[in-house]
Ligand binder design. Structure first.
Ligand code: GZL
Length: 325
């Protein structure tokens, strides 16, 4: 009899262990957070660094990351968001390639009860409830920094007049619209400055080269005093062409760019670029912190801008803090 009761006790103990085990496993599965992430493409070093930041932050947070790369196509981003809804991810994060055309798919996410975080770029909508939060730069402030640098540089040079060529990022994207608006708002009332042309470089180095050829062929290097590029990739394409044509970059033509990738900051240190406005790609930690708060039912801020500044040829460029990403 004693053997039977001992056997029953062992069986009960094993059953208890396995049931706890199953429950623990259920809990761990149930609590696994899955983030659906639609990345717009791989057009620049900034974008590559941004993707890495998201992957590293998700891993560090212990979150699953379903990432879809849209290769610069809005329709692929919309398809990706629909697949995240079907999969019933916990949170959707995406960097909208352009500002318009998102209301329908974001209404589908809203109906599915899935919160949406905009990372890097903003959308244009009349319904602010379509997204829970935005994490990304204040591009208008970045554009203003570029304009403020140019005024300081013109003052230092005693320039009477400067012709400016602007090389723009992806049309209708937030960084393109606001980097242009901020820059123009600063220089507009200063009679020393004339923007002789704005061209579309789509944030691509190859198109930056094409724009430089087009502008130099049209105006000649003597007619162009300043080139303002909405990102480093396009500016590095401009540098390639200026050097091929024996135009002294940073001297014959003032070069102002945005992002802060290492190759551009190194060109600043070499005197080939005059101003690099910072735009950090490292947004992953901020995004995943918002995801963590959302999952715990905590309230989150609607807008998060990272701290940013600018490196210029007025700075001590030997300072170790002057470095690119
Ligand atoms: C800015 C980001 C822009 C970068 C470009 O936050 O959206 O897109 O400035 C990138 O380099 O292509």
């Amino acid at each position: 009899m004693k053997k039977v009761s001992a056997l029953l006790a062992v069986l009960m103990f094993l059953l208890m262990l396995t049931s706890c085990g199953v429950q623990k496993e259920d809990e761990s599965v149930h609590n696994a957070v899955v983030v659906g992430f639609s990345q717009l493409g791989a057009e620049s070093s900034w974008r590559i660094a941004n993707t890495a930041s998201m992957e590293e932050a998700a891993k560090a947070a212990g979150f699953g990351l379903m990432m879809e790369n849209a290769n610069q196509k809005q329709e692929k981003q919309i398809d990706a968001i629909r697949s995240f809804i079907a999969y019933q991810v916990d949170v959707i994060v995406f960097s909208p390639i352009v500002e318009n055309g998102w209301d329908n798919v974001l209404n589908e996410a809203k109906k599915a009860g899935i919160p949406v975080i905009l990372m890097d770029r903003m959308i244009e909508t009349n319904d602010e409830t379509l997204y829970t939060s935005y994490v990304g730069a204040d591009f208008y402030a970045e554009g203003k920094r570029a304009g403020e640098y140019l005024i300081r540089k013109a003052n230092a040079m005693g320039a009477e007049h400067m012709n400016i060529c602007e090389i723009c990022g992806t049309a209708d994207s937030t960084p393109m619209r606001d980097r242009q608006r901020g820059f123009m708002d600063v220089i507009r009332d200063d009679p020393r400055f004339t923007v002789i042309e704005s061209v579309d470089g789509d944030f691509l180095r190859s198109k930056g080269e094409e724009c430089a050829v087009q502008l130099l062929d049209k105006y000649g290097e003597d007619e162009i005093d300043v080139i303002y590029s909405h990102n480093d990739s396009m500016m590095l394409g401009v540098l390639d062409i200026l050097e091929k044509r024996n135009v002294n970059p940073g001297k014959d033509i003032i070069l102002i760019t945005v992002d802060g990738e290492k190759e551009a900051v190194d060109a600043l240190k070499a005197g080939k670029i005059n101003c690099v406005v910072q735009c950090t790609p490292k947004l992953g930690d901020a995004v995943m912190e918002l995801v963590r708060k959302l999952k715990k039912g905590e309230s989150i801020t609607k807008i998060t801008h990272p701290e940013e500044s600018a490196f210029t040829d007025f700075d001590d460029l030997q300072d170790p803090s002057v470095e690119g990403f």
